[in-house]
Design a protein around this ligand. Structure first.
Ligand code: SAM
Ligand code: SF4
Length: 334
């Protein structure tokens, strides 16, 4: 169970061929979304899958249980928008009972959190990351194509009231679109006690590419005073974090300007049941759905997890070769 690991020996995580320890699984529960963020999805959305093409909750729990025995100790639920999948709290409840997990979190656009935050907390969810790219309603609408700022802000508040802490906010910084709001977002985050992560936009299907380097974003924050580097912490993942004048934390996810592949600790499970060793590469993807539906037992699932880990590339090559990934983030599970 989450937070109750005393009776099982601690599994070491799975070591890959570059000596990285893989202990984190991102689980996408749907490719559907109630928004159409410009950097993530084409305006018409993505081709929707049939329900039977998507892993069932039982199948997801089977993969996580098998992984936890190998040392996967952190799970993040994502999508698409995970809260559009009916019954998500039931999945959270089931995952919270998997032995060996010490962190269970959710990434969401926040629009539906006001309805679910309390139930998610009661089901065993520990914390949430929420996407927020603008504090201006008109811009928020144009970035998300159909979202209302008010919904996300009330979702963040509901998460805070429910105790889904720490609240982390993800902001994808885009030149000429929201880079003038970086300071305002950081100030609001400090005031409300949120940790903020400024994210470099990656060139995935559905966006025109180009990113604002974290070094530049850091410059926008200089009027707020000295930023003191924080020591790496497990829950900060790939973010490079700084303390903001004693209170608050600002992080930078610099996938493009300073790839963090050498410390990558994760695997992804797509909603269609593919184990994906690297977000930014289609190489080494392992089908786990077909074997599961053919009756694979836990040992077989563990072999497939080990196979995916063994295929993890040393690094992605987006920066060096300027290539793009033809799949939308919402389909992979961001
Ligand atoms: N719908 C949820 C949300 O928006 O938080 C979860 C899924 S979304 C794909 C997960 C994260 O991926 C979000 O924080 C989003 O900002 C980020 N993301 C999507 N496309 C991206 C891109 N091209 N570059 C960088 N981050 C991206
Ligand atoms: Fe939906 Fe999240 Fe992608 Fe925006 S970033 S379109 S909210 S999946």
């Amino acid at each position: 169970m989450v937070n109750n690991m005393s009776h099982i020996p601690e599994a070491p995580g799975i070591q890959d061929r570059y000596s990285r320890v893989i202990d984190y699984l991102r689980v996408s529960v749907t490719d559907r979304c109630n928004l159409r963020c410009t950097y993530c999805m084409p305006p018409e959305g993505v081709t929707l899958l049939d329900h039977e093409d998507i892993l069932s909750f039982e199948e997801i729990v089977a993969v996580v249980t098998a992984g936890a025995e190998l040392g996967i100790s952190k799970v993040r639920i994502t999508g698409g928008e995970p809260l559009v999948r009916p019954g998500l709290c039931d999945l959270v409840r089931a995952l919270s009972h998997v032995d060996g997990l010490d962190d269970l979190s959710l990434t969401t656009n926040g629009t539906l959190l006001k309805y679910y935050a309390a139930e998610l907390k009661a089901a065993g969810l520990k914390r949430v990351n929420i996407s927020l790219d603008s504090l201006r309603p008109d811009r928020f609408l144009s970035i998300t194509r159909q979202g209302h700022l008010e919904d996300t802000l009330s979702g963040i508040e509901a998460a805070q009231v429910a105790g889904l802490m720490p609240i982390k906010i993800n902001t994808v910084v885009m030149r000429g679109i929201n880079d003038d709001e970086v300071k305002d977002i950081a100030v609001l985050a400090r005031m409300r006690g949120w940790s903020i992560r400024f994210v470099e936009r990656m060139p995935l299907s559905g966006n025109e590419g180009g990113y604002v380097p974290s070094s530049e974003v850091l410059g926008h924050l200089s009027p707020l005073g000295t930023l003191d580097p924080q020591l790496p912490a497990f829950h900060n993942g790939p973010a490079r974090c700084y303390s903001l004048k004693g209170t608050g934390s600002v992080g930078f996810i610099s996938s493009m300007s300073e790839p963090f592949c050498s410390t990558c600790n994760r695997l992804r499970l797509t909603s269609t049941g593919m184990l994906r060793p690297c977000l930014l590469s289609d190489a080494g993807t392992v089908d786990i759905k077909t074997p599961l539906r053919e009756g694979a037992d836990k040992a077989i699932v563990q072999d497939l997890l080990l196979e995916a880990v063994s295929c993890k590339p040393g690094s992605h090559s987006l920066k060096s070769n300027g290539s793009r990934i033809g799949t939308a983030m919402s389909q992979i599970g961001g």
